[in-house]
Write a new protein. Structure first.
Length: 395
């Protein structure tokens, strides 16, 4: 038997409940797919409130070291205080492991309650740059010596006169590099070619931030032409030629226009490459269109080193923690992504098919149950664990 060791971080709030459900489903899917040939062995890694209570650190070095050595891990949601100086543990994991791609596939599962008339038109994969932009965390609070020093340098040495209230301004720096942009866009194009997708759209705000987000756009087109042989076609569009199928279109869209377009022409987009903050907004907006972040999977990946952390994309939901109400689908579908990443495609297929079946038959957790009731649809209310049990029965 092949033992595949996977580190897992339980997470805060509802983390313990959805992680328990995920582990049970993954173990059952692997067994159903491969019998006695393969077995998943989960190894707990500490982070968040549980780690702080047991070790005095929210992110122990041992956790980072394990992921560095074994490369693949999965985690539940981790809490971060707002406006209190504590850095996001999610961001810290991405930064310390250089997980430069936040990968968010967004697709509709038939029967999921959605605010859109045609949610089935959404089928996109978001490549969000993970290590730069304002998420690099380079900022200083107003009235600190650091903020005053930076503002003084900008005004006195660089001639900046656009800080309207310099004596009361917090200040932040937005780094966007050619190298960071290129590796993210390269990954998106590679993925689109390997998975026979239609297009890659560079989403940016380059009309205003001309050297950061505008640079992202410019470097993306240059990379597509230099490394992938993208060519300008007779109609003015830029595409990568492919033998035996349509060319892969490379285009771009300003972020605010894109957020409008995903509502009015969702099927116009396929693979998305974008910067960090844009990607945060876009991923959650798209997830809302297909039923909410409770069903949205995600991963943070360094395609060059092979390191990857798969994760629940929602928060810790402390108001329902311990009540057996949480929807575990975000983490379960993220685990399906993980299985595919590990080459266990049959186990991934079984999980996705079981999820589709539970939704089609109306066996759902409270969030979907109440939404279905508002639409006048019959459904069966399941708790977090009983929903996992239903999935396992269908595997």
């Amino acid at each position: 038997m092949e033992h595949i060791r996977i580190g897992y971080i339980e997470g805060d709030g509802i983390g313990s409940e959805i992680t328990s459900a995920m582990k049970a489903v993954v173990a059952a899917a692997v067994k159903a797919s491969y019998g006695q040939k393969k077995q998943i062995e989960f190894v707990e890694l500490l982070a968040g409130q549980k780690a702080l209570a047991q070790t005095g650190s929210s992110l122990p070095d041992e956790t980072i070291a394990y992921i560095q050595e074994h490369k693949v891990a999965i985690k539940g949601p981790l809490a971060t205080a707002v406006g209190q100086g504590q850095r996001s543990l999610n961001v810290e994991l991405r930064q310390r492991l250089d997980l430069y791609t936040c990968l968010r596939p967004v697709e509709y599962y038939d029967g999921v309650p959605s605010p859109l008339k045609r949610p089935e038109l959404i089928d996109m994969v978001v490549f969000r740059e993970n290590t730069e932009d304002i998420y690099a965390g380079i900022e200083w609070d107003a009235d600190t010596d650091e903020a005053k020093t930076v503002i003084s340098f900008l005004t006195d040495r660089m001639g900046v006169d656009k800080i309207r209230f310099p004596h009361s301004s917090s200040i932040g720096v937005k780094p966007v590099s050619k190298e960071g942009s290129e590796r993210l866009i390269r990954s998106a194009i590679d993925w689109a070619l390997k998975n026979q997708r239609r297009s890659v759209t560079l989403v940016h705000k380059g009309n205003i931030m001309k050297y950061t987000e505008g640079g992202f756009r410019r470097w993306g087109y240059e990379l597509a032409q230099r490394e992938f042989g993208a060519q300008r076609r007779d109609d003015g569009s830029i595409a990568i030629p492919r033998s035996g199928m349509e060319d892969l279109l490379i285009n771009d869209c300003i972020c605010d226009a894109f957020l409008q377009n995903i509502l009015i022409k969702s099927d116009a987009y396929d693979v998305i490459a974008t910067l960090n903050l844009n990607g945060d907004y876009i991923s959650d907006a798209l997830a809302a269109g297909v039923g909410g972040i409770g069903i949205a999977p995600g991963a943070n990946i360094n395609w060059e080193s092979g390191h990857a952390i798969f994760e629940a994309t929602h928060g810790t939901a402390p108001d329902i923690a311990g009540k057996d109400m949480a929807n575990p689908l975000s983490l379960i579908l993220s685990s399906a992504m993980m299985l595919s990443y590990l080459g266990l495609d049959e186990a991934e297929r079984r999980i996705r098919q079981a999820v589709r079946q539970t939704i089609a038959e109306g066996s759902v957790t409270a969030d979907f149950y109440h939404a279905m009731a508002k639409e006048g649809r019959s459904a069966t209310l399941l708790g977090t664990r009983s929903y996992a049990d239903r999935l396992i029965a269908l595997l």
